[in-house]
Design a protein around this ligand. Structure first.
Ligand SMILES: [Zn+2]
Ligand SMILES: [Zn+2]
Length: 111
């Protein structure tokens, strides 16, 4: 559906604590998995970020961590959604794809 083919996600995993999985799952519409993958563009600088849960008001819960994500700890943050849109012209119809990352993220948008 999206032309995400040439967007290489980082996909470094992080393991969440059972209490955070339960709390985040209870806090929004999605079931949160105990292992989350970094969704930023591959080889990005700085910390890793994985989408965790939707919130109202154009924001979402994100998991932020440093390093390989195993035993190193992580932080949970509410970040505003990226407001970048990508207009795709299919000829007969057009699409406006929204970036699913947070506002100000490093690397490219994921549309
Ligand atoms: Zn990453
Ligand atoms: Zn973006």
């Amino acid at each position: 559906m999206t032309d995400i083919d040439d967007f290489d996600e980082c996909r470094i995993p992080v393991v969440l604590g059972a209490d955070d999985v339960a709390r985040l799952t209870g806090d929004g519409p999605h079931r949160v998995e105990p292992v989350a993958l970094c969704g930023l563009e591959g080889s990005h600088p700085g910390d890793h970020y994985a989408y965790a849960q939707e919130t109202p008001n154009q924001a979402a819960w994100w998991v932020r961590w440093t390093g390989n994500g195993f035993g190193g700890g992580y932080a949970l943050e509410v970040l505003r959604n990226c407001d970048q849109k990508h207009h795709v012209d299919h000829g007969d119809w057009t699409d406006d794809l929204g970036c699913t990352l947070w506002r100000g993220h490093p690397g490219r948008c994921d549309f």
